[in-house]
Design a protein around this ligand. Structure first.
Ligand SMILES: NC(=O)C1=CN([C@@H]2O[C@H](COP(=O)(O)OP(=O)(O)OC[C@H]3O[C@@H](n4cnc5c(N)ncnc54)[C@H](OP(=O)(O)O)[C@@H]3O)[C@@H](O)[C@H]2O)C=CC1
Ligand SMILES: Nc1nc(O)c(N)c(N[C@@H]2O[C@H](COP(=O)(O)O)[C@@H](O)[C@H]2O)n1
Length: 273
């Protein structure tokens, strides 16, 4: 059943996307979650006009497609840069899911925030907390290296979210500590998450596209909007890959399908290194 603020998409479009989505029958909690990398980009590979700002790239149909994807994944993952810049809802507003015409929280993904240093500026007013407290989304999981304040813990626990403390490698020399993707996916798996869509932002996507991580990605679904944002934006451009002393491409998509949706085109594929 549709509600006033729910989104919908023609079955002909969802059928084109379905082969790239996780399937319930293949879900096995002991395995690595199915990983879908998905975001909206400009023609010059920008996610937003500048760091710390939100830029609308998706048109109405591709936005509905993104919410269809959200309805098909157990979790939706972003970095703290996006959480602070966008104050995102991170729920699913596709018609028929819980809170938007459906029962309970069925079809609502669990938001996951990568926040190693405890930078997320979250409060009772944050959209993700508001939606979870009114039954239109799930409480977030925050992966961190820090010890959160009691008030923060209570804020999250009130909406069935929580902080998860990540084990920090003692021999790390990184000034900005990073979770290993295999480790964080194992943590999600232990939380019962069998599929995760990684939405962004730039740092998270570029890290996942790193030659050593790209093999963890099952499918890629990218909305391309017909606009150039110009220099100074948040760009998708992973680390270069060198093999035998020569530069080679980082990765390529196989099983490619292009799905036009309004003014945008949605590129679906599977990494084939
Ligand atoms: N068009 C689109 O589809 C989307 C656009 N965006 C846009 O992207 C921009 C935000 O991107 P960006 O600034 O790059 O921020 P991100 O959302 O990518 O968050 C980056 C931060 O997340 C943490 N992080 C990233 N990777 C890891 C890891 N492997 N382990 C642990 N922590 C990690 C780090 O936190 P720390 O620094 O504390 O160590 C890092 O600085 C915004 O403008 C937003 O609007 C975002 C999503 C989608
Ligand atoms: N698919 C897509 N298109 C755009 O144009 C975008 N700017 C984004 N951004 C991502 O969606 C999040 C916002 O989601 P809510 O509507 O608030 O739930 C934002 O945080 C980015 O992850 N995505």
């Amino acid at each position: 059943m549709a509600t006033r603020d729910s989104l919908s998409l023609a079955i002909a479009s969802t059928q084109q996307i379905d082969p790239y989505l996780p399937h319930v029958s293949s879900s096995n909690p002991s395995l690595k979650p199915y990983v879908t990398l998905t975001f909206a980009t400009s023609l010059d590979s920008n996610l937003s006009l500048s760091p710390g700002t939100q830029t609308t790239l998706s048109g109405p149909l591709s936005k509905a497609m993104t919410h269809y994807l959200r309805s098909k994944h157990d979790a939706i993952l972003i970095g703290v840069g996006t959480a602070n810049a966008d104050n995102p809802s991170l729920n699913c507003r596709f018609e028929g899911v819980g809170g938007y015409g459906g029962q309970g929280l069925e079809g609502q993904p669990r938001p996951v925030i990568l926040d190693p240093s405890g930078r997320w500026d979250v409060s009772e007013q944050s959209k993700v907390i508001q939606l979870a407290s009114t039954g239109r989304g799930r409480g977030p999981l925050v992966l961190t290296y820090t010890e959160p304040q009691i008030a923060m813990k209570e804020l999250l626990e009130k909406v069935s979210g929580k902080f998860i403390s990540m084990f920090q490698q003692s021999n790390t020399k990184e000034s900005t500590p990073r979770f290993q993707w295999a480790d964080l996916l194992a943590v999600l798996s232990r939380e019962g998450i069998t599929s995760v869509m990684v939405e962004g932002g730039g740092a998270v996507i570029n890290d996942l596209l790193h030659p050593s991580n790209i093999t963890l990605v099952n499918s890629v679904i990218v909305t391309i909007a017909p606009v150039w944002l110009g220099k100074g934006g948040v760009q998708v451009c992973p680390e270069e890959r060198v093999d035998g002393g020569s530069k080679v491409s980082v990765g390529r998509l196989g099983n490619v399908k292009w799905v036009p949706l309004g003014d945008d085109v949605v590129l679906c594929g599977r990494p084939s290194v």
